[in-house]
Design a protein around this ligand. Structure first.
Ligand SMILES: Cc1cc2nc3c(=O)[nH]c(=O)nc-3n(C[C@H](O)[C@H](O)[C@H](O)COP(=O)(O)OP(=O)(O)OC[C@H]3O[C@@H](n4cnc5c(N)ncnc54)[C@H](O)[C@@H]3O)c2cc1C
Length: 329
C-alpha cells in the first residue's frame, strides 16, 4: 500500500547542525528522538525528532520563531489523549503545552455570572473541579473528558450533553508572527469536534497558532446540587466507557446524532474483535483499546476492518475522530 502522509512532514530531516544549534539555544526545553508512546494515552507512537515543553509563553514564542526560521515543521500537543501516532513518529517537533505556566482565575461579571480563565496546558478535569468548587455550572458537558483545556477547546470536546464551545467565551491564540490575540465569541465557531476561529474574514490555522488560554462563561448554581449531578455524570461514564485503560476515546465520529458509530459497530457484533493487542472494547464499541503492546498499525488495521464491515452492512463510511499523526502505510 502507498504510504499516506499524516500530520508530520515526512520529508523533513533533522540535521546534526540544527540539533546543535537548538541544544545551545534551548538547553532545558527540549529533548531529541523522544518516544511519543510516553506522551499519548494509547501509549503508542514512535519518536518525535524534537520534543519541546516550554514553561512560559515567551519561551514558546521564541521556540516557534526558531522552528519557523529553521523551517522545522511542528505540531502542538496537549495531553495526547486524542492522538494515534505512527511507529515512524513525528518528523520535526512536537510542542507540548502541558508545562506552560499559568493560573486559573475567576472574575464575576454580573449577578450569578462569572468568567473563568484557564491556561491551555491545565488538565480539563482541574478546570471542571474548580468550577464545581466555586459552585459554577456550565462544564457538565465535558465532565470526565481527559486531556488539557487547550486540547478540549481545539477539538471542541463534548458528550451527548453538549460541547465545551457552549461555555467558551474567548480564547487567546499565539499567531505565527508572535502576537498574542484574543478572539471573543463572535470570532469563535465551534463545530462537531472542531473549532474554527475567524480573524476578520480569514480563518485562523490552529495547527500553526496554539491556543494559550481560554475563558468560560459560567453561571452560579447550588453547590451541593451541582456536585450531586456531577457525581451522577461521572458514574454513568465509568459504567459505559473503558476508563483506566490505554485508548484515545472514541475512534470514529458519529455519522449522525441518531446513528452513533458505537451502536453501528455493536450491531455487527464486533465488540471484543482484535488485531494483535488492539481490541474493540467490550464495554463501548466505539473505543479501541491497547491491551499491552499494540502498534499504530494494529490499531489502523482494526479501524480498516471496522470501516469495511460498517460500509458493507449499512453503506455508511465512518470517519475517524482520533487524530492520526505521522506516516502510515
Ligand atoms: C478514555 C477517554 C475518553 C474520552 N472521552 C471523550 C469524550 O467524551 N468527548 C470528547 O470530545 N473526547 C473524548 N476523548 C478524547 C480526548 O480526551 C479529547 O479530544 C481531548 O479534548 C483532547 O485533549 P488533549 O489535550 O489530550 O489533546 P491532544 O490529544 O494532545 O491533541 C488533540 C488535537 O488538539 C490539538 N491541540 C492540543 N492542544 C492545543 C492547543 N493548546 N492549541 C491548538 N491545538 C491544540 C493537537 O494538535 C491535536 O490536533 C476521550 C479520550 C479518552 C482517552
Amino acid at each position: 500500500m502507498k504510504p499516506k502522509k499524516g500530520r508530520s512532514d515526512k520529508k523533513f530531516q533533522l540535521s546534526p547542525d540544527i540539533r546543535k544549534r537548538l541544544t545551545k539555544r534551548f538547553p532545558d526545553t527540549m529533548v531529541f528522538d523522544e518516544p511519543m508512546s510516553r506522551h499519548t494515552s494509547f501509549r503508542i507512537g514512535g519518536p518525535a525528532d524534537i520534543w519541546a515543553a516550554p514553561k512560559t509563553v515567551d519561551d514558546l514564542k521564541r521556540l516557534l520563531a526558531n522552528f519557523t526560521g529553521m523551517e522545522i515543521p511542528f505540531m502542538v500537543i496537549g495531553k495526547g489523549t486524542n492522538l494515534l501516532v505512527s511507529e515512524s513518529g513525528i518528523r520535526g517537533a512536537a510542542v507540548s503545552l502541558s508545562r506552560l505556566s499559568g493560573v486559573i482565575e475567576k472574575r464575576d461579571i454580573g449577578p450569578g455570572l462569572a468568567i473563568v480563565a484557564a491556561p491551555s496546558g491545565m488538565r480539563l478535569a482541574s478546570l471542571c473541579s474548580f468550577a464545581l468548587s466555586e459552585g459554577l455550572a456550565g462544564m457538565n458537558q465535558v465532565l470526565g473528558v481527559p486531556g488539557s483545556v487547550g486540547g478540549a477547546v481545539r477539538m471542541n470536546a463534548g458528550t451527548n450533553l453538549g460541547d465545551i464551545g457552549m461555555a467558551t467565551d474567548s480564547v487567546d491564540v499565539l499567531l505565527p508572527g508572535g502576537d498574542l490575540k484574543t478572539f471573543d465569541r463572535r470570532s469563535i465557531r465551534p463545530g462537531y469536534r472542531r473549532l474554527d476561529i475567524i480573524d476578520g474574514d480569514r480563518p485562523i490555522r490552529l495547527d500553526r497558532s496554539p491556543v494559550i488560554r481560554a475563558r468560560f462563561r459560567l453561571a452560579s448554581g447550588d453547590r451541593d446540587a451541582l456536585r450531586a449531578l456531577a457525581r451522577g455524570i461521572v458514574l454513568k461514564r465509568k459504567a459505559s466507557q473503558p476508563l483506566g485503560v490505554r485508548s484515545a476515546g472514541c475512534i470514529f465520529r458519529n455519522p449522525s446524532s441518531d446513528q452513533p458509530a458505537g451502536r453501528l459497530i455493536d450491531q455487527l457484533g464486533l465488540k471484543g474483535k482484535s488485531f494483535g493487542d488492539a481490541q474493540i472494547s467490550t464495554v463501548h464499541a466505539n473505543f479501541i483499546v491497547n491491551r499491552g503492546d499494540a502498534s499504530a498499525s494494529d490499531i489502523l488495521k482494526l479501524i480498516g476492518m471496522v470501516k469495511e464491515a460498517v460500509y458493507n452492512a449499512f453503506g455508511i463510511t465512518l470517519e475517524t475522530e482520533v487524530q492520526i499523526v505521522g506516516e502510515t502505510s
